[in-house]
Design a protein around this ligand. Structure first.
Ligand code: HAM
Length: 419
């Protein structure tokens, strides 16, 4: 065993699987980009209060799972457990909401939650997320959900479901909260749960313990308390999703793990991932910017779990074999060929071809092994004869077909492109 190991419960990607990770992450990002979202790159740590105020004290994320420490200046710092609160901090700090609305942003990177590690649940994990800030518009809700759905579809995923619900506007939530608090006050609960319910009574819908679950079965659900405006908004979102051929189920008991949600909320679950089946989720957040000291501007967004989406792609066997494939691998078998090959490599790379060569004096056998391992499309074995005759053979690795060429760069490029 090596002297050092990665910290417990973190996800790591290295070749060859890092190729799949990169493919999944970039495909998820691509859908945000074609929809007009632009990159926001933020620190992975923030003032702890950004999360305790933004995400909410009643959540597991804030109360149990944050990596919080004091920095050398005595400030309380937290590694970001999610992306939305940090984006809002940046929007407020840099007055981004004073320009053209909506502000459409995407991000991608590592997030940190001190959870109990298991397959698909990590302490450092990766998300691709988007946020659309500025309007409370059903069209934007549908757009955000559609981007997530499109990105799963463009990966070739089929075995997943979309659950949606609405948490309504503040009037609807107020009416529901009154009845829910009254209902909860009659239940038999331990003190910690009562305290949690006081902070956010909706949390009890999310409690995994049987004794709480059974008592919550007949609890009033928010969807039955939506006022006219909230109903109209949610109906329009559903209509738009139907127009876009996006299948969904309404789940009125769905509770997201973060407190800032209002209005439309949603979760995508994959059928083959067992208990950690959530591959992405999000929703609208009316009060978040206000709670962080900004203007009262609404937004909506999602976070997609890259680690889990990758697992889903593996489970459905939809990962491409040739992402990032090298076009040509040169195997030089003499000193002269090594020098010639090195120059050829530079010229082909300059022309935009992905290529590599065998380094070290490994001879034909070692060089071919390296070519094989690289996953290259073509291999070119280069010796003194090839150089003196100006003739070479490009071997297609998938079936051994051989194409003849001279060693001129334009001809090699032409052969690689036309075959
Ligand atoms: P979230 O539902 O907490 O939402 O996380 C989004 C996704 O990140 C989950 O669906 C899951 O795929 C992945 N994920 C979460 N925790 C872990 C973990 N410990 N290990 C592996 N994957 C994990 C948010 O984070 C919100 N900020 C999303 C959002 C953006 N809402 C509005 N805007």
């Amino acid at each position: 065993m090596s002297k050092f190991q990665a910290p417990k419960g973190v996800s790591e990607y290295f070749p060859p699987n890092s190729n799949n990770f990169e493919y999944v992450r970039d495909t998820l990002i691509a859908q945000a980009k074609v929809s007009g979202y632009r990159l926001i790159e933020l620190p992975v740590f923030e003032d702890t209060e950004v999360f305790s105020r933004g995400v909410g004290e009643s959540t597991d994320v804030v109360s149990k799972e944050m990596y919080t420490f004091e920095d050398r200046g005595g400030r309380s710092i937290t590694l970001r457990p999610e992306g939305t609160a940090g984006v809002m901090r940046a929007v407020i700090e840099h007055n981004l909401d004073r320009g053209q609305l909506p502000i459409k942003l995407f991000y991608s990177g590592a997030f940190f939650r001190a959870e109990r590690p298991q397959a698909g649940r990590y302490r450092q994990f990766y998300q691709v997320g988007i946020e659309a800030i500025g309007y409370n518009d059903p069209e934007i809700d549908a757009e955000v959900i559609a981007i997530a759905d499109n990105s799963f579809k463009s990966l070739g995923l089929k075995k997943y479901k979309l659950n949606i619900t609405s948490l309504g506007d503040s009037e609807s939530r107020g009416a529901h909260r009154k009845d829910l608090v009254n209902f909860i006050s009659k239940l038999k609960l331990d003190e910690a749960t009562v305290t949690r319910a006081k902070m956010n009574p909706l949390r009890l819908f999310d409690d995994k313990r049987d004794e709480v679950k059974s008592q919550m079965k007949s609890a009033p659900v928010l969807l039955d308390y939506l006022n006219k405006r909230s109903i109209q908004h949610f109906e329009r979102v559903k209509e738009l999703l139907q127009q876009l051929d996006i299948e969904f189920s309404i789940n009125p008991r769905m509770v997201r793990g973060l407190d800032y949600y209002t209005g439309t909320t949603f979760e995508f679950e994959h059928d083959l991932l067992g208990s950690q089946s959530g591959i992405g989720g999000g929703g609208r957040y009316d009060g978040l910017m206000g709670s962080l000291g900004g203007a009262d501007v609404s937004g909506i967004g999602f976070g997609l779990g890259v680690d889990r989406v990758l697992m889903a792609c593996q489970a459905e066997d939809v990962l491409p074999a040739n992402f990032n494939q090298i076009d040509l691998f040169i195997v030089p078998i003499t000193e002269l060929a090594k020098q010639f090959g090195f120059k050829l490599l530079a010229q082909l790379r300059k022309a935009g071809k992905k290529c590599d060569m065998a380094f070290g004096d490994r001879g034909l056998k070692g060089g071919m092994k390296a070519a094989d391992k690289s996953g290259t499309r073509y291999t070119l074995v280069l010796g003194d004869d090839e150089i003196s005759s100006n003739k070479c053979q490009l071997k297609l690795m998938s079936d051994g077909t051989v194409i003849s060429s001279t060693l001129s760069v334009p001809e090699i490029l032409q052969k690689l492109e036309s075959n």
